[in-house]
Design a binder for this molecule. Structure first.
Ligand SMILES: *[C@@H]1O[C@H](CO)[C@@H](O)[C@H](O)[C@H]1NC(C)=O
Ligand SMILES: *[C@@H]1O[C@H](CO)[C@@H](O)[C@H](O)[C@H]1NC(C)=O
Ligand SMILES: *[C@@H]1O[C@H](CO)[C@@H](O)[C@H](O)[C@H]1NC(C)=O
Ligand SMILES: *[C@@H]1O[C@H](CO)[C@@H](O)[C@H](O)[C@H]1NC(C)=O
Ligand SMILES: *[C@@H]1O[C@H](CO)[C@@H](O)[C@H](O)[C@H]1NC(C)=O
Ligand SMILES: *[C@@H]1O[C@H](CO)[C@@H](O)[C@H](O)[C@H]1NC(C)=O
Ligand SMILES: *[C@@H]1O[C@H](CO)[C@@H](O)[C@H](O)[C@H]1NC(C)=O
Ligand SMILES: *[C@@H]1O[C@H](CO)[C@@H](O)[C@H](O)[C@H]1NC(C)=O
Ligand SMILES: *[C@@H]1O[C@H](CO)[C@@H](O)[C@H](O)[C@H]1NC(C)=O
Ligand SMILES: CC(=O)N[C@H]1CO[C@H](CO)[C@@H](O)[C@@H]1O
Length: 254
């Protein structure tokens, strides 16, 4: 289990947090999987996910405007109340292989409110080592247009890029993983994080976000219209839902 402490703590949180381990997410998904293309129910993730077909994916990209976000209303079911001094987080992610491969990468924007203070950062995480780091040289504000991508350089190395289109600032990192399996899925989602006790940190209320989604194989761009929808259900209540229209994944906090 890794901890995204470096930036959260730097922004005054006293709580250590982490991304849910992929295995935890997968177990939840597989356990509750419905037949016939129905959404997969998870406790941490809402968005769309596409399995590889015969040709492995080589890249995944998502573009979105960072939404306005706020402390959720009192009825939000995963928390006892709407205590404004608490920590609320949501991560806007693209994924390559983190769910179904031993080795995988997630890249995204981490946004939240800690004791009333907002923070936004870009981070990448590689699996299975759960190594999470912050992209340098780029910062963010609500409303900024962002593009994040992961591109495989070769079998064991990928390049991840985060661009703030609103200022044309960009940050690029090379990520060494083990070999990413040929069945690696791609995904575009909003994900929750876990605290030190492995409890889910409540989502910040992110309203609605539209992710323009794309993926490629060595043969070129892929039709993502068959992607599977992921819905977040916590404590029996849907807290985030998603739909896919064309290449747009719309994710809503409910
Ligand atoms: C995607 O692939 C994984 C295994 O790699 C499998 O468990 C899962 O059912 C597949 N999902 C769909 C929607 O086909
Ligand atoms: C889940 O719901 C039960 C019953 O309403 C409540 O007692 C419990 O605190 C809730 N758990 C969380 C994590 O919100
Ligand atoms: C939360 O913010 C309030 C008001 O700014 C401050 O008085 C308090 O010390 C903060 N609490 C923590 C744990 O930082
Ligand atoms: C893969 O690419 C990385 C980055 O360019 C390089 O350091 C590494 O040696 C390459 N690995 C192989 C097996 O070619
Ligand atoms: C984001 O992109 C949209 C559509 O191109 C544009 O209307 C908007 O002004 C951009 N926002 C910022 C902050 O650059
Ligand atoms: C960040 O900026 C410094 C100074 O300009 C530069 O040396 C470094 O390569 C940059 N890092 C990235 C990931 O762009
Ligand atoms: C994690 O969150 C739960 C539920 O909000 C809380 O009871 C617990 O104290 C938290 N643990 C840490 C280490 O912050
Ligand atoms: C998302 O896209 C839908 C459909 O195009 C649009 O109605 C909605 O305003 C968009 N929402 C945001 C937050 O951009
Ligand atoms: C989507 O799924 C349907 C039914 O399984 C299949 O016939 C179709 O070829 C798939 N389309 C793509 C682009 O994969
Ligand atoms: C680092 C940086 O300059 N980020 C900028 C992204 O774009 C918005 C404007 O839309 C600025 O407010 C941020 O400062």
């Amino acid at each position: 289990m890794f901890f995204i402490t470096s930036f959260i703590l730097a922004l005054a949180a006293t709580t250590a947090v982490s991304m849910p381990a992929p295995k935890d997410r997968r177990d939840v998904r597989m356990a509750r999987r419905s037949a016939g293309g129905a959404p997969i129910i998870t406790t941490t993730t809402a968005g769309a996910q596409l399995n590889a077909s015969t040709v492995p994916f080589t890249s995944v990209t998502g573009s979105f405007a960072i939404p306005t976000f706020a402390v959720p209303a009192a009825e939000y079911p995963s928390t006892a109340g709407d205590d404004p001094s608490d920590l609320y987080i949501a991560s806007l992610l693209v994924d390559l292989g983190s769910d179904f491969c031993e080795n995988g990468i997630m890249v995204g924007i981490n946004m939240g409110i800690d004791n009333g203070s907002q923070f936004i950062n870009a981070f990448w995480t590689s699996f299975p080592d759960d190594n999470s780091q912050i992209f340098p040289n780029v910062s963010f504000a609500q409303g900024d247009n962002i593009t994040v991508s992961i591109s495989m350089t070769n079998a064991t190395s990928s390049t991840a890029v985060v661009t703030n289109e609103s200022t044309d600032e960009s940050s690029t990192v090379a990520i060494e993983t083990g070999p990413i399996c040929s069945q690696a899925e791609v995904g575009w989602s909003v994900g929750a994080e876990l605290n030190d006790s492995n409890d889910i940190i409540p989502f910040v209320d992110f309203g609605t976000v539209n992710i323009t989604a794309s993926a490629e194989t060595s043969s070129g761009p892929v039709d993502i219209s068959n992607a599977t929808i992921l819905t977040t259900v916590q404590n029996g209540t849907t807290v985030a839902s998603a739909l896919l229209e064309g290449e747009i994944v719309t994710i809503a906090f409910v």
